[in-house]
Ligand binder design. Structure first.
Ligand code: ARG
Length: 472
């Protein structure tokens, strides 16, 4: 069946291709193929890379110097129009077509020379890498802000002692500062990973043409310097089809999300009436439409849930990449929606988590009240070791003491002396030697332990790492 041309010619006003077709794209194809609704935000990068390209074409004599200035001025005017919203509602196929159409509107036929020796394949890879470099810097700054917030809250919380948990069970006493710092260190690693990825993102694809290199002897080294890249891609077929940099950044983002989810999960628990260790500030709490008393930790629940979405973005990209050969396939157009979604998600989650952590109040009494004497069991076992009992034996003896305490319904340190002595003669003395909770925490003074000195060392190291200019 032949379709009436009117139905199919109504599409884009400007097209980068089509000479070999008698019919324009159908509406159905256009609706699937058009990427402008997603990639319009690459316009600043597209204009920047195009300006560098104009210089490169000028140097190899494709453009006269008059044409060069005409195109550069024209691109500046295009950028102004785009900053004023020219992309909104634009009918173009993608951001590259949009920029070129606007350039025609500004400078006329000379615009037709801009795409010499260039393909949208190397163009989009360049634009997206430029965008990703900025996104990494923004993410790094947001992570550092959360890191500084955790450190500041930890500094205030060095005297507060609470149970440290493993398997969800009270295990040994620790400092509140120490718990917060356990969530700060992963952010240090996140920033290191992003900095490492950044080096690979900063590899310039421009000058790769569609797949086999540019047909004009453009100076790629100058392009690299003009655009602030670190190195040149080594193989044009790889460079135009490579989205490892997106996958890598999406992985790092998914891991950031996982870290925020763990922090969120822990704080949701501590904010519950059962724990009551922390209370969210009014402006970071949400209420219930039915139950007037509720103070819900939606911030941390959403941080937990959004991390699932970030995992989805990573998985979708990997699944997209795995079936396609080297070089560009249109599948690659889907990379941007995933990367933008992930970056946009963290751009909302991180400030909210940071604000909620900054304004949490702490209930030191509830923390203290959760410390029960069974948390001294390891201390008692260690004291027996000092009295000459091998640890495996002391562990067994203290286990018996725990059993006795449970049977008698008394705290571990209240087991009658006679009962303790009947388990082992040194046990009574060990129980009498137990000091305060502070003493117990100070007993674990290895570097990285929960003692005051160790926490102070960590605070100092993290202060430097999260300071502007610190980090990776
Ligand atoms: N919109 C496309 C993308 O995002 C630009 C590259 C198109 N290349 C092509 N050969 N059709 O991937």
């Amino acid at each position: 069946m032949t379709r009436p041309p009117t139905e199919t010619h109504a599409a884009a006003p400007h097209q980068m291709w089509g000479g070999r077709f008698t019919l324009g794209p159908s509406e159905a194809l256009d609706a699937l193929n058009r990427s402008l609704p997603v990639d319009h935000r690459l316009w600043p990068q597209d204009v920047t890379a195009s300006k560098a390209w104009v210089h490169a074409l000028g140097r190899v004599g494709v453009l006269t110097s008059a044409e060069e200035s005409q195109l550069l001025d024209g691109l500046d005017r295009v950028a102004e129009r785009l900053a004023d919203g020219a992309a909104i509602g634009a009918p173009d196929e993608d951001v590259h077509t949009l920029v070129e159409r606007l350039l025609y509107e500004e400078v006329g036929a000379a615009a037709g020379k801009l795409h010499t020796g260039r393909s949208r394949n190397d163009q989009v890879a360049t634009d997206l890498r430029l965008w990703t470099l900025d996104a990494i810097d923004q993410l790094d700054a947001d992570l550092a802000t959360l890191g500084r917030t955790l450190v500041a809250r930890a500094r205030e919380g060095i005297d507060q002692i609470l149970p440290g948990y493993t398997h969800g069970q009270r295990a040994q006493p620790v400092r509140w500062a120490y718990v917060l710092l356990a969530h700060a260190w992963p952010l240090v690693r996140d920033r290191q990973r992003l900095a490492d990825a950044r080096r690979r993102v900063a590899e310039l694809p421009l000058g790769s043409g569609a797949l086999a290199g540019s047909g004009f002897p453009v100076d790629r080294v100058l392009l690299k310097e003009a655009l602030g890249f670190r190195s040149l891609s080594a193989n044009a077929l790889d460079a135009t089809g490579d989205r490892d940099f997106v996958a890598e950044v999406l992985f790092h983002i998914a891991l950031v999300g996982t870290h925020l989810s763990r922090l969120g999960a822990e704080l949701v628990q501590y904010a519950s009436s059962e724990y009551g260790f922390v209370r969210l500030a009014d402006d970071f709490s949400t209420g219930s439409s039915l139950m007037p008393q509720k103070r819900n930790p939606d911030v941390f629940e959403l941080a937990r849930a959004k991390s699932a979405r970030l995992l989805g973005d990573l998985l979708a990209l990997l699944a997209t990449l795995k079936g396609i050969p080297a070089g560009y396939s249109k599948d690659l157009q889907e990379d941007k929606a995933l990367l933008f979604d992930a970056c946009d998600t963290l751009a909302v989650v991180l400030p909210a988590v940071t604000g909620a952590v900054a304004s949490l109040s702490i209930d030191g009494q509830r923390m203290l009240a959760a410390l029960d004497a069974s948390l001294r069991a390891t201390d008692v076992a260690d004291l027996l070791v000092e009295a000459g009992v091998p640890f495996r034996e002391s562990h067994r003896l203290v286990g018996k003491l725990v059993r006795e305490a449970e049977r008698a319904g008394v705290p571990l340190d209240q087991v009658p002396q006679a009962v303790a002595a009947s388990i082992h003669p040194a046990l009574g003395a060990a129980l009498a030697q137990l000091g305060s909770w502070e003493d117990s925490v100070e007993g674990r003074a290895t570097p990285g332990g929960a003692s005051r000195k160790s926490v102070e060392d960590q605070l100092e190291e993290l202060r430097k790492l999260f300071a502007p200019g610190g980090g990776a």
